[in-house]
Design a protein around this ligand. Sequence first.
Ligand code: ADP
Ligand code: MG
Length: 296
Amino acid sequence: SEARLSDYERISVLGHGNGGTVYKVRHRRSAQPFALKLFAAGDPSATREAEILKLAADAPHVVRLHAVIPSASAAAAGEAPAALALELMPGGSLAGLLRRLGRPMAEHPIAAVARQALLGLAALHALRVVHRDLKPSNLLVGAGGEVKIADFGAGKVLRRRLDPCASYVGTAAYMSPERFDPEAYSGDYDPYAADVWSLGVAILELYLGHFPLLPEGQRPDWAALMCAICFGEAPEPPAAASEEFRDFVARCLEKKAGQRASVAELLEHPFVAERDAAGAQQVLAALVAEAEQGDL
Ligand code: ADP
Ligand code: MG
């Protein structure tokens, strides 16, 4: 039998985005908790997200899809789903974690984020999926410091390896230069490299505690962002950061897509490869616990 909205009991709101609202729910029959992502009627991003999450069902570090809840007016077959029941990630997003901590994150837990996000990206890219909207609010954390990629509303399955996909989907703030201006960067076009850029911006944001491409507090309007991304120098960590971290970020934020490090290269980078991965994950788990304390 098909899943229905009435199978779930609402507990609280986990977050909002462009897609809709995400609730913490309890499945009535099994008493199991889930995250229920509700979409506006007919939202095509619901279909896209369900398709990609099914495709990536075995991928590590990608949030699990438990059920697709069809729209009530299912008379129209093929209509976009009304909601998706997702694995609940108790630590919430990295954007929320940063906010609740009220301070920037240290390199050690950031290495845990980077390593796991890269493993998730490696699996997605092997399936020819580009995420196109990586940012702290789309990276979720478990109580044990596990990191998973979520929100595939802007994702795309490429039919050919070099399918161009420079359309303006996703959040402009985290978009790579070649997605704003494909012509200036043609010749070394790699659709997967855009996700690496976004990961670099996200990771630098965790370290600085604010969005790195604009002065702190400046409203990110489209023109200011495009200028900063396409005409400005790539942002970098301050001199106080370790050489490994500075180099890792620089390899992600290489403005020419063809010169940017690949996911496979970054997985070998000393910033993530030479650190004690289990220890880094534990430090991240401790931050999740601390943020939870602050909520009580
Ligand atoms: P949108 O497409 O609207 O941005 P997201 O899938 O990014 O939707 O979800 C919005 C927010 O809801 C996230 O930033 C996060 O805070 C929360 N959220 C989403 N999925 C989960 C989940 N599985 N577990 C916990 N929190 C979640
Ligand atoms: Mg989102």
